[in-house]
Design a protein around this ligand. Structure first.
Ligand code: ADP
Ligand code: MG
Length: 421
């Protein structure tokens, strides 16, 4: 089937009210509509949901969407219902539904009303659901957050490994669509292998964020004063400071407050009410700075975060990219500053020492890349993009002068002399 450009734009306008596709969306949508296995790799915020929602709405049958988090599924279902007068156009199928609700979901699917059926991977192991899905018309299966299938990703979910076996039991030749914001070649290989989609049409957006400035500074005993100085220089601007431990989060937030910086702490140890209070204060700009563990940030969409500081180096380049990616969403300035000491690397290694050996090996390999990033004297942007399998021209590329090494070529930052490389 040839899909007409005008037809696609009309559907985009009709269902979502958008005049233009973003990035590679149109190519992904076209590939899905052609019934091809499709792999879309786009950064967070790139617009991956629309890539499967639009073809699902345009086609006959129901698209199954596998997603790891109930909250994410519910948001999407609400959003889709908002564009239709048919409540049954999108459903979540999971264990929290009553028998009556499940019956209604099944009826809507049988009646051809439901275009998008969201399921958690563990629900798909329920024999009753699989048997039902075998008996209805499906358009495709989309696996969102597909990196969950890989131990090299940041969020491994063993249940994702069963998906291929389930797909095999569904409609013959039903296309599989994988989507992720994880750009590392290792994770991508794992996704293709485990989902059995060798030869899939693959679309990969650039992960370059030209407006972000990357900087690494050695971490000394004065790190708190260094941070205070930085934040005071950027007074009035919004920023996030990541720390490894809850204790450090609370201490640093207090140190900042004592020094006249408006800051709140955030970590998973606070109750839900306190967490959302602090989060709102940051979003509403009642405070400039949030000092947080990595519990902060998922789904936070504040466009004008001007700096992201890492008081402690993260455990992988992938995490660093995600966390710094929260800066400069509006394409304005975004300063990403990491404090680095090899002692912190040793600390992270120690954290892993009670984990299974295979997991430790992966963790250490990821950590060594962080060391290499922190100690490199080359363009940090080039290093990071190379890690994501992307070539970057450090002379003419977009954002080429946007890191400390590019601005002032200097000797390597080495936190310790006896580091073996
Ligand atoms: P991802 O899953 O890749 O992180 P989302 O699917 O959540 O991204 O989309 C991010 C944002 O982009 C959403 O607010 C969405 O409405 C918006 N968006 C998606 N496609 C378009 C488009 N073609 N034009 C304008 N906004 C878009
Ligand atoms: Mg998404």
């Amino acid at each position: 089937t040839v899909i007409d450009n005008t037809e696609l734009h009309a559907a985009l306008k009709k269902y979502f009210g958008f005049a233009e596709f973003k990035g590679l969306q149109q190519d992904v949508v076209a590939s899905i509509l052609q019934g091809k296995n499709t792999f879309a790799i786009m950064p967070t915020g790139g617009g991956k949901s629309l890539c499967y929602q639009l073809p699902a709405l345009m086609q006959e049958g129901t698209a199954i969407v596998v997603s790891p988090l109930i909250a994410l599924m519910k948001n999407q279902v609400d959003a889709i219902r908002g564009i239709s007068d048919q409540n049954g156009i999108a459903h979540v199928l999971n264990s929290s539904l009553t028998k009556t609700e499940v019956r209604q979901v099944k009826q809507d699917i049988v009646d051809g009303v439901t275009k998008l059926l969201y399921v958690a991977p563990e629900s798909l192991t329920k024999e009753d659901y699989v048997e039902f899905l075998q008996s209805v018309k499906l358009s495709f299966i989309a696996v969102d957050e597909a990196h969950c299938i890989s131990e090299w990703g940041h969020d491994f979910r063993p249940e994702y490994r069963n998906l291929r076996a389930i797909v095999n039991r569904l409609d013959d030749g039903i296309p599989v669509i994988a989507l992720t914001a994880t750009a590392t070649p290792k994770v991508q290989e794992d996704i293709i292998k485990n989902l059995g989609i060798t030869g899939a049409n693959t679309f990969k957006a650039s992960f370059n964020r030209p407006n972000l400035f990357y900087e690494v500074r050695p971490k000394t005993a004065n790190v708190d004063s260094d941070i205070i100085r930085f934040v005071k220089k950027n007074a009035g601007k919004s920023g996030i400071i990541y720390c490894l431990s809850r204790k450090r989060v609370e201490e640093l937030a207090q140190v900042l407050q004592v020094n006249g910086v408006s800051a709140v702490p955030y970590h998973a140890g606070f109750d839900a009410k306190t967490r959302s209070k602090y989060q709102d204060m940051f979003l509403m700009e009642d405070v400039d700075v949030v000092v947080a563990t990595i519990a902060f940030g998922m789904g936070i969409d504040k466009p004008d975060v001007r700096f992201v500081i890492h008081h402690d180096i993260p455990k992988s380049i992938e995490s660093y990219y995600q966390e710094t990616g929260r800066a400069g969403r509006d394409d304005g300035e975004g300063h990403c500053l990491a404090f680095y000491s090899y002692k912190d690397i040793e600390k992270l290694e120690k954290f892993m020492s009670n984990k299974p050996v295979a997991e430790q090996e992966i963790g250490n390999a990821l950590l060594q890349e962080v060391v290499a990033y922190a100690e490199t004297s080359m363009s940090r942007r080039k290093f990071m993009l190379h890690y994501f399998g992307e070539e970057f021209d450090e002379v003419n590329g977009d954002g080429a002068d946007m890191d400390d090494n590019a601005r002032n070529p200097k000797e390597k930052v080495e936190a310790k002399d006896d580091v073996v490389k």
